[in-house]
Design a protein around this ligand. Structure first.
Ligand SMILES: [Zn+2]
Length: 199
C-alpha cells in the first residue's frame, strides 16, 4: 500500500511520516508555496535523507503573490490563507498519480483554534472534493504538542525533533535546551510550553 505524507520539515509532519511508514510505503511531498524561510526545505530534505524516505518537491513560490505567505512580519498573524487547501490538493493529485490510497497531513490539536484550515470539518470537506476515493489522514488532530513530541520520541525521533526539525516562524536555527528556534515566535512558544519551558 502506498501513501503520501505532506512534509514541511517540522515536528508534526516528521512524526506523521514515521507513523505512516508503519503501515504503508511513504512518499513525502514538500511544497514551496513562497514561505518566508526555505530552511524548511532543507529540513525536509535532511529528514528524508536521514530516515530513508522518498521525497517529491513542488515549487510554487508564486503563491506568495496572491496570499499572505511571505509578507507577515514577525509577531503578526501566521495564518496563511487556504494553505492546507493548496497542500492537500497537490498532495491528493500526487497520490492519484502514484496509486497511493491516502494523504497524511500533520495538523494537531494545538492548531485548532487559530488555523481554520487545520480543523477536521474543513479537511473532511476537502477530502471529499479532491480525493473522493482516497483518505485524508490526520493522525495528530486530537493530540496536543506535548503528546506529539512524546509520540515522536517513541518512534525514534527524539534527536531529530530537538536538533534537526524546523518549526520556527522566524527561520532561526539557534540551538536551545528545548530545541531549535528563536524561542519567541508563536511556533517556538508552543514547543516551549509543551516541554514545560513556559510558565
Ligand atoms: Zn521561533
Amino acid at each position: 500500500m502506498k501513501s503520501v505524507v505532506l512534509l514541511s520539515g517540522g515536528q508534526d509532519s516528521s512524526v506523521c511520516a514515521m507513523l505512516e511508514r508503519q503501515v504503508s510505503d511513504v512518499t513525502c511531498l514538500f511544497v514551496n508555496y513562497g514561505q518566508r524561510h526555505l530552511v524548511e526545505r532543507e529540513s525536509a530534505r535532511a529528514f528524508c535523507t536521514k530516515f530513508g524516505f522518498d521525497l517529491v518537491e513542488l515549487d510554487f513560490p508564486q503563491y506568495a503573490g496572491v496570499s499572505n505567505s511571505s509578507d507577515f512580519a514577525s509577531g503578526e498573524s501566521p495564518v496563511i490563507s487556504n494553505r492546507n487547501a493548496l497542500l492537500l490538493t497537490v498532495g491528493c493529485s500526487l497520490a492519484q498519480k502514484i496509486g497511493a490510497e491516502s494523504v497524511t497531513i500533520g495538523v494537531c490539536g494545538s492548531d485548532q483554534d487559530l488555523f481554520a484550515d487545520c480543523r477536521v470539518d474543513y479537511l473532511r470537506v476537502l477530502n471529499g472534493l479532491v480525493f473522493p476515493l482516497g483518505e485524508v489522514k490526520m493522525p495528530l488532530v486530537h493530540l496536543n504538542k506535548a503528546d506529539v513530541l512524546q509520540l515522536g520520541c517513541r518512534l525514534g525521533l527524539e534527536d531529530w525533533l530537538k536538533n534537526g526539525s524546523h518549526t520556527c516562524y522566524n527561520g532561526s536555527r539557534k540551538n536551545n535546551w528545548w530545541g531549535v528556534g528563536c524561542g519567541e515566535c508563536l511556533s517556538c512558544q508552543v514547543v516551549l510550553k509543551a516541554v514545560g519551558g513556559v510558565s
